[in-house]
Every structure is written in structure tokens, then in C-alpha cells.
Design a protein around this ligand. Structure first.
Ligand code: KIV
Ligand code: ZN
Length: 515
């Protein structure tokens, strides 16, 4: 029997720290349920002390996920640990993940603490977390730039204090695969009680080495990898779950361990995270990019047709690509619609929500002949945005653009339930629409990015728009989808404004110095 490699997904925590990727509670719940369906071992659901919204999201994920361990992050501070424990109270299986930095630069510049103080605080934090659960993870932040002797002392002490997992983060993505593997090997060898805890790794992708470093660590004894869907995460991101999982699965000749995931859920999770966060997946991205299994050159096509193994090392359907098929059409009924959405991970608790979504589906089917899973995903995301307690809601839009004429837009919005209308001109219909919205809202936000892509192929495809805005240094993404791309743009802009103007700021776990 091979060892099990524990897959710890931090899309909802470190992934969400990616600028613009903030998610609502309902969006986090949808992703958590998809991760559970994929049989991820541990889901890091958030940083409960960050804000009341973050607390509530972790609490609800902990309540609804039954088959994965749900983890909450806490700095090595009593108030953080108590808050994480409260959020996780009803979890079927809970883990508290506490951390403090151990590198000379972080201790000196950020914490302004000496090594002995850091060690004492780490031990205290683990002991406090153990009062709530016997599943406690400790991370020495910036371990990748910490002194190995000090790391050994800290790890030995926290394992003695009750840490059951010790996670070694390469917080700034500085390490090289051979170095990082060697670090893990030495830590396991030198820490006297290393057999009492699972060694985990958490790699960032600043030099594009997060997956390579994580896998090198696994070859040297790590038995948990922390990763995110699509590699989402701070700066250049975290190690991509799909790449870790499929490498270990595909190269079982090399890895001394295996994973317990249902890999056929990978593409669905990737699309869901991309759709919710507005971070597109590049076409040539391994495993989940649109071209990952496409064979362009004649030589490759010929080879693949004769024998798939000539150019393919994995089967597209093993990661879930076969789900990209037409599922429903104009004549499909409510039960087929409900069943397909259930397959995609959506449960409607209230009959009215199902009816509202089905109404939208019928509207879409009138405009678009073939309805694919991607259409359903975008449509439900849009319906959820609409049903949310958003203060700004899209009502109607008339946008006119004609060669030789100035583009114009007239928009009707509902602001706190009261309809308001505005008209504006712009350099194009989207510009005119955004100006009309701004003449009502006066948000003071800067538009930083506007991107549009088609959800499926064909000229009748829905357009999916992502906007990124900056509100006083806070970066927020918004998404919208519609067969009319100007309407999709208006919805995306309103989605971003709702987050920017009406959600409170949050504490960043790694920014503030513990006091
Ligand atoms: O990158 C990092 O060091 C982290 C820790 C909180 C584990 O995200
Ligand atoms: Zn991180």
C-alpha cells in the first residue's frame, strides 16, 4: 500500500488573497461543495478573524461540508484562534491552522520579535488551538528563507505542543526544486519527533516553481500539499492543484504516494473558480487550459488518431473534459434542468429559486439554440448575483452605436430598490454604459481592466465580461454574462461596484504584525 498524499486546498483562503479575487459567502459555499465532491481532503475555508463576512463564510462551509476536513486560518494570536474555533464549531471534521513567521527578515522587520519570543508564541498558539480540536496545523511563515537550525527548534517544539501537521511554506516563492526537496528531507531527518506529525508544503509561484517545489518536497517525504484551483493565489499564485494531482497520478512509477481525489471533477472546479473570480484560464494552461488536450499540428493529429498514447499522457475525460457537451435545449423541461444543475453541483433549496433560474434558462434558450454546461454555470452565477442582497441592480439598458455617430446608452438601475435612469455618451457603447452608471452611482472607482470572452463557441455564444476596479487601493473584480455583450458589461461593472462600495474592508492575515 502506498502512502496517501493529503490534498489541502486553499483556494478559498490564499486563492482569495489574490487581488480582485474576493468571493461572497455563497460563492465560497459553491466552491467548497465542488471541492468536497472532488474529494479534496482538507478545505481551507478562510481567515475567520478577517471580517464578519469571512467568519460567516467559514461557519457556513464548516456546517455544510461533511466529507472533507474544514480548516480555518489564525495568526498565532489568542483572538484569532478563538475566532477560528468558533467558526469551525459545527464542522464534522475541523482543523485550526495557525502560523507565525520564522525568517530573520520577517521576525526583524514585520514582527519586531526575537527568535525565542517567536518560538514561545508558536508553542502557545498550538496549545491554545489544541484546546478546541486535536487537528492542529502549524506553519512557520517564510520557512523557505528561515535558518534551518531555528526551523528545527520551532518544529520540534510545536509538535511537542500538539501540532499534528507542520506546513513548510515557501511564502515568497524563492526556492528551487532541488533546494526545497533537500530542506524537507533534512527537516524530517533532524526534527527528533518528526514522525508524530504530517509534513506539508505550501509553495508560491513567484519564479514559476510552485508545482516543481511541491513535487520535489513530496519525493523527499512531504505527505500534504497545499494548493489552489488554477494556481490562484497571492501575487503569482500558489501551486496549482490540478497539476500536482495529475502529476502524481500520471507518474505513479516515480511517486511513493497516491491521492484520493476524483480527478474527473477537475475541469468543473477550474471553470467554477474562473467564473466566480473572473480570473480566466490561459488556453495553454496544463490540464485545464482549453488547448491542453487539443492537437493543432497535422503530425500530432495523425499520431493521436492512430494511437492516443503517441502524444497524450493523460486522457481528457479523466480530468473531466468530456462534460463540455450540449446538455439542454429549448424543449428541455424543469426536471432535466434541475438534474443537470445538480450534476454541476447546484442544489436549489427553495422552489422559487429553481423557478427563477428555469425562467432565465428558457429566456436564454430562446436566444441561443444549444445550451452547454458553461452557459448554465454563467447563467446561475448571474442569477445568484441578481438574487443577492445587492444594493445596485441592473434593470434595463438601451445602447446605440452606429458608424459615424457618437455611441449612446440609457440605463435603468435599481438603487436600494428605487429605479433610477441615466443617459450618457462615450467612445463606444460600453464606455457610454459605464458613464451612465457612474452618473447615478458616482463611485470614485478607477476601471483598471475590461476583458470579454465567449463562454462557448459560435456567434450566438454568451459573452462573459470581467472588469477590475480600484477603490482607494482596494482591487475588486466583477463578472457578468449575457448574449448581449453590452448588457454583460453593465452587469460586470455593477457586480464590482456592489463589492467595492458595500462590503467592509478585511484584515489581511500576513500584513499586520501580531500585537
Ligand atoms: O504563504 C504563506 O506563508 C501562507 C501561510 C499563512 C501558510 O499563506
Ligand atoms: Zn500562502
Amino acid at each position: 500500500m502506498k502512502d496517501k498524499l493529503i490534498i489541502f486546498d486553499t483556494t478559498l483562503r490564499d486563492g482569495e488573497q489574490s487581488p480582485g479575487a474576493s468571493m461572497t459567502k455563497d460563492e465560497k459555499l459553491r466552491i467548497a461543495k465542488a471541492l468536497e465532491r472532488m474529494r479534496v481532503d482538507v478545505i481551507e475555508a478562510g481567515f475567520p478573524i478577517a471580517s464578519p463576512g469571512d467568519f460567516e463564510a467559514v461557519r457556513q462551509v464548516a456546517e455544510s461540508v461533511k466529507n472533507s476536513t474544514v480548516c480555518g486560518l489564525a495568526r498565532a494570536l489568542d483572538k484569532d484562534i478563538d475566532r477560528a474555533a468558533a467558526a469551525l464549531k459545527n464542522a464534522a471534521s475541523a482543523r485550526i491552522h495557525t502560523f507565525i513567521a520564522t525568517s530573520p527578515i520577517h521576525m526583524r522587520e514585520k514582527l519586531r520579535m526575537g527568535p525565542d519570543q517567536v518560538l514561545a508564541q508558536a508553542v502557545h498558539a498550538v496549545k491554545r488551538a489544541r484546546k478546541y480540536t486535536d487537528n492542529v496545523e502549524f506553519s512557520p511563515e517564510d520557512a523557505g528563507r528561515s535558518e534551518i537550525d531555528f526551523l528545527c527548534r520551532v518544529l520540534e517544539a510545536v509538535i511537542d505542543a500538539g501540532a499534528t501537521t507542520v506546513n513548510i511554506p515557501d511564502t515568497v516563492g524563492y526556492n528551487l526544486p532541488h533546494q526545497f526537496g533537500e530542506l524537507i528531507r533534512q527537516l524530517i531527518e533532524r526534527v527528533p519527533n518528526s514522525d508524530k506529525a504530517v509534513f506539508s508544503v505550501h509553495c508560491h509561484n513567484d519564479l514559476g516553481l510552485a508545482v516543481g517545489n511541491s513535487l520535489s518536497a513530496v519525493l523527499n517525504g512531504a505527505r500534504q500539499v497545499e494548493c489552489t484551483i488554477n494556481g490562484l493565489g497571492e501575487r503569482a499564485g500558489n501551486a496549482a492543484l490540478e497539476e500536482i494531482v495529475m502529476t502524481v497520478r500520471t507518474r505513479q512509477d516515480v511517486f511513493p504516494c497516491d491521492i484520493g481525489l476524483d480527478t474527473t471533477q477537475i475541469v468543473h472546479c477550474s471553470k467554477l473558480v474562473s467564473n466566480i473570480t473572473g480570473f480566466p484560464v490561459q488556453p495553454n494552461k496544463a490540464i485545464v487550459g482549453a488547448n491542453a488536450f487539443a492537437h493543432e499540428s497535422g503530425i500530432h493529429q495523425d499520431g493521436v488518431m492512430k494511437s492516443r498514447e503517441t502524444y497524450e499522457i493523460m486522457r481528457a475525460q479523466d480530468v473531466g473534459w468530456h462534460t463540455n457537451r450540449m446538455v439542454l435545449g429549448k424543449h428541455s423541461g424543469r426536471s432535466a434542468f434541475r438534474a443537470r444543475l445538480q450534476d454541476l453541483g447546484f442544489e436549489f433549496e427553495r422552489e422559487e429559486d429553481l423557478n427563477a433560474a428555469f425562467g432565465r434558462f428558457k429566456d436564454l434558450a430562446d436566444k441561443k439554440h444549444d445550451i452547454y454546461d458553461e452557459d448554465l454555470l454563467a447563467m446561475v452565477t448571474d442569477a445568484i448575483h441578481d438574487a443577492a442582497q445587492d444594493r445596485l441592480k441592473f434593470v434595463a439598458l438601451k445602447a446605440v452605436s452606429e458608424t459615424g455617430e457618437t455611441p449612446k446608452a440609457t440605463i435603468i438601475l435599481s438603487v436600494d430598490g428605487i429605479e433610477k435612469q441615466a443617459h450618457a455618451e462615450g467612445s463606444g457603447p460600453v464606455d457610454a454604459t459605464f458613464k451612465a452608471i457612474e452618473s447615478i452611482v458616482a463611485s470614485g472607482c478607477d476601471l483598471q481592466l475590461f476583458s470579454i470572452s465567449n463562454i462557448t463557441t459560435g456567434a450566438d455564444s454568451q459573452g462573459e465580461v470581467t472588469v477590475r476596479i480600484d477603490k482607494g487601493g482596494r482591487i475588486i473584480n466583477g463578472q457578468g454574462a449575457d448574449t448581449d455583450i453590452v448588457v454583460a458589461s453593465a452587469k460586470a461593472y455593477l457586480n464590482a461596484l456592489n463589492k467595492a462600495l458595500y462590503t467592509p474592508p478585511r484584515t489581511h492575515p500576513q500584513a499586520a504584525a501580531p500585537v
